[in-house]
Design a protein around this ligand. Structure first.
Ligand code: C5P
Length: 234
């Protein structure tokens, strides 16, 4: 899969999600959709099947983290949902990441892409040191987690666009960087702390940008989506 803009559909009901996706009915390019915990826990697997039926690619962002056996079995269930990308926390250890890949791989050998969350962008150096007792610099922790994910055979990581270049340098250019925290140069930042424009994310080498409110809360979401695609993919 090539570069793409993934729209974070952070809605709490199926109806709100479909009302939003209906706006794109006549678009040539169907948005790649991210379904997160809120929508999945509210609506269950049927929301995934319905969005897939409408022809969208799906990133199912459930960030699994449990003992390897449990994650393997959960991934086995998710593999039947036919999503394009799903994810887990790299901090669950290499054993958990390998078990996840095993569970996700279908009998015919196919599987969705699997990417790892390194350190959440809501975690900073201080909270990592105090709460998690990890004393290394956070950028080194992110790179270490990315290397572990790569060694386990995962396809990439979720990271800040500011980290994408370093992740590619350490793990190779085919190792995917999926980057939230994207804002238009003239847009509102909201609660995101470290942001980058779609154009800058392209220049730094992000493979996928995840964009929520700059599209979902725009006056004209279709125009905002087109602008994102134009800046990021050209
Ligand atoms: O609305 P906004 O563009 O900030 O949405 C970004 C999306 O990416 C949200 O769904 C958010 O949960 C997700 N995300 C993030 N930062 C991370 C991981 C995921 O913003 N480190």
């Amino acid at each position: 899969m090539g570069k793409d803009v993934i729209v974070a559909c952070d809605f709490s009901t199926a109806q709100a999600t479909f009302d939003f996706l209906d706006l794109f009915e006549n678009e040539q390019r169907k948005p790649f959709v991210k379904i997160g915990m809120e929508l999945y826990y509210a609506e269950g697997p049927s929301i995934v099947r319905e969005i897939k039926r409408r022809g969208h690619k799906i990133f199912l962002d459930l960030k699994l983290h449990d003992i390897p056996n449990t994650v393997m079995k959960a991934m086995r269930v998710l593999s039947q949902l036919d999503v394009d990308i799903t994810n887990l926390h790299a901090s669950g250890t290499k054993a958990m990441m390998r078990a996840a890949l095993e569970g996700l791989t279908r009998e015919d050998g196919s599987r969705p892409m699997l990417i790892a969350v390194t350190q959440l962008t809501s975690t900073d150096q201080q909270s990592m040191e105090n709460d998690l007792l990890i004393k290394e610099p956070i950028d080194q922790v992110v790179l270490h987690y990315a290397k572990c994910a790569e060694e386990c055979g995962l396809d990439g990581v979720v990271c800040s666009p500011l980290e994408a270049g370093k992740v590619h340098a350490a793990c190779g250019h085919s190792f995917l960087t999926v980057t939230p925290g994207v804002r238009f140069a003239d847009g509102e930042i909201g609660d995101q702390k470290r942001v980058m424009t779609p154009r800058a994310a392209k220049e730094i080498g992000s493979d996928y940008i995840v964009v929520g409110r700059p599209i979902t809360a725009a006056k004209d979401p279709v125009a905002a989506y087109r602008r994102c695609v134009e800046e990021f993919i050209g």
